[in-house]
Design a protein around this ligand. Structure first.
Ligand SMILES: Nc1ncnc2c1ncn2[C@@H]1O[C@H](COP(=O)(O)OP(=O)(O)O)[C@@H](O)[C@H]1O
Ligand SMILES: [Mg+2]
Length: 240
């Protein structure tokens, strides 16, 4: 992967074009000036393409299992007192290697927090509680190690068939003043922008299961090589 060298080369070409541009102007040669103009325009276009590419490349990798473990621990501590008592059991597929996902850790964390909060609230708002209701969270790779599967299962109030169609609508909430109706919208956006999918199964009064499927980074070894590749030489050393 030579991606990390691209910015230095872009800077070098920018610098050279700047120098040539001045020289072309001073030459007073119409053909040279015209060609220089073409060169600059063409380069601006190519640089724009590279910038888009590099912005996407700037996304980094996180270990989904590790991140989930941290979020579950933090969320169960930071929930309001009335929700804190709902037990959250976290299960990670033992022996599984790192589950690297390419994307934005913060955005992904926000989605998981929203789902955990909904799960805890679903138990809190359940009318006929047994007192044994819990939330189970699991994370494991699929059989072909192409995706990581995250399952958040609660034994809460469930979602009716008609509400199921509305849960992603902005401001749709069944929690009155307690809800904002934005949580699931944020979840869907985050999962989609990570190239993943989300499915929900629910039974009223029994509970809800949310399943997230996220593509694993193609090969963790590649990612490590990518991260360890030496940075390009500083511009000052390569500039003319
Ligand atoms: N795990 C769940 N169990 C039951 N209902 C849920 C669950 N997750 C989401 N919902 C339903 O979807 C609605 C929208 O959720 P969300 O967008 O997070 O907004 P909010 O939680 O602020 O109401 C909730 O009000 C609730 O009716
Ligand atoms: Mg919510």
């Amino acid at each position: 992967m030579f991606v990390q060298r691209i910015p230095a080369h872009i800077a070098l070409i920018d610098q050279s074009i700047g120098v040539l541009d001045d020289a072309a102007m001073q030459s007073n040669d119409g053909a040279v000036i015209k060609n220089m103009e073409n060169l600059r325009q063409g380069w601006d276009f190519i640089r724009g393409l590279f910038k888009n590419f590099l912005d996407r490349e700037a996304a980094h990798y996180f270990d989904a299992a590790e991140l989930l473990r941290t979020i579950v621990r933090q969320t169960s501590r930071s929930l309001p007192p009335q929700l804190k008592s709902v037990p959250m059991n976290f299960q990670i597929d033992a022996g599984a290697a790192k589950m690297l996902v390419r994307g934005q850790e913060k955005q992904f964390s926000r989605a998981i927090i929203n789902l955990l909060k909904n799960a805890a609230e679903a138990v809190f708002f359940k009318e006929f509680k047994t007192g044994a209701e819990k939330i189970d969270i699991s994370v494991a790779p699929d059989a072909r190690r192409e995706n990581v599967i995250i399952v958040i299962r609660d034994e809460g109030m469930g979602i009716s068939r008609e509400n199921m169609e509305r849960i992603f609508l902005p401001y749709f909430t069944t929690k009155g003043e307690y809800g904002t109706g934005l949580g699931m919208l944020i979840v869907r956006e985050a999962i989609e922008s990570h190239g993943g999918t989300l499915s929900i199964a629910s039974t009223v009064d029994k509970g809800t299961t949310v399943t997230l499927t996220l593509p694993l980074a193609p090969d963790p070894a590649d990612v490590l090589i990518f991260a360890q590749e030496p940075l390009p030489a500083p511009l000052a050393e390569t500039a003319i």
